[in-house]
Design a protein around this ligand. Sequence first.
Ligand code: AMP
Length: 415
Amino acid sequence: MTIDTCNFKDQKVIVRVDFNVPLDENGKITDDTRIRGAVPTLKKILDEGGALIIMSHMGKPKGKVNPKFSLGQITDAVSQALGVPVQFAPDCAKAADQAAALKAGEVLLLENLRFYPEEEGKPVGIEKTDPAYEDAKKAMKASQKEFAKTLASYADMYVMDAFGTAHRKHASTAVIADYFDEDHKMLGYLMEKEVHAVDNILSDIKRPFTAIMGGSKVSTKIGIIENLLGKVDNLILCGGMTYTFAKAMGGKVGNSICEEDKLDVALGVIKQAKEKGVNLVLGVDCVAGDSFSNDCNTQVCPSDDIPDGWEGLDAGPETRKLFVDAIKDAKTILWNGPAGVFEFDNFTGGSRAIAEAIAEATAKGAFSLIGGGDSVACINKFGMADKVSYISTGGGALLEAIEGKKLPGVVAIKD
Ligand code: AMP
């Protein structure tokens, strides 16, 4: 069944969305891309006379109730996005009565799924090294099935539209699909679009292909970096990773973020890039600050010669030129992770230079895909969202899909 061919009249539909939106300290949404992303699927169901049960996670409450991560905070925003009132179920495993009472056109938002450890299905309070761990894991898998079954019991149909968590085999993203037959489960529009955008990058690579990987750490991105080395012509590594590379090559990085235990990994990346003929672009200079704050004193210095007490917080002017050169004539572009601490207004320059070069290349016909919460926040902060080809709502899911891994959230519906 596909979302396009399905008619939802008089159907109760449970939809897994990714409403894991960033909130400020007052609980106000700072970027609603993910809510907007789910609207086409949710509206189609409502417009055809279906009733909606929406479920999502938010943050990492680790299986415990935590008001900081309550989806109750976004009920109004969801209501505004859909143009109808939204009811709230404060306990996602005890929402049977509220779900049963829903009429056509009505919407029920369930509380954060991850308040239940069953959602992620990992045993809590027990170390992997504990001899009892395997039994605890088995027991948790069984209760995960029960939890998924409870969620499934609320509805006639299941729609998976949470690309951001499609790389996880959780109760609501994959296990629940076992309780619906082929005619009663499907991917939503957002999932279809995301999967298509990844296919676009992987199946028909127009060259040159430039990937830009930024963010804070090498360790979380090494899998995709190694994978990209087999695919791209230019690989820009920026953000906090810069300093692990600089240190690995014998540089002095002051207080910059640096993963001391990943120096060999960095050297391995440099070696592989050479062997594969990939143009690896690393920062040569940076804007360093004398503290981790927007208003610190700054100076431009070589990325591998940062004075003691200073830390690299953004790409420097020479580096920006190198980035722009590797991006502006590209025909396929992938960007994940900012080039500096873009949350501080004084350190957005490197990321802005990247965004502008991507916009220029896109205007000349390149296909550009931006993914990962932070790069999306960046492009939105610069008001340039309409100048790139596709903005993905996925971070980890996008990268795993590009690595060629099958996403459990897709497999659960399609295989
Ligand atoms: P990630 O979650 O690994 O994609 O990293 C995103 C974060 O990296 C953002 O919050 C940035 O502020 C941060 N980041 C980027 N460049 C730097 C840097 N030079 N030093 C510290 N953090 C950085």
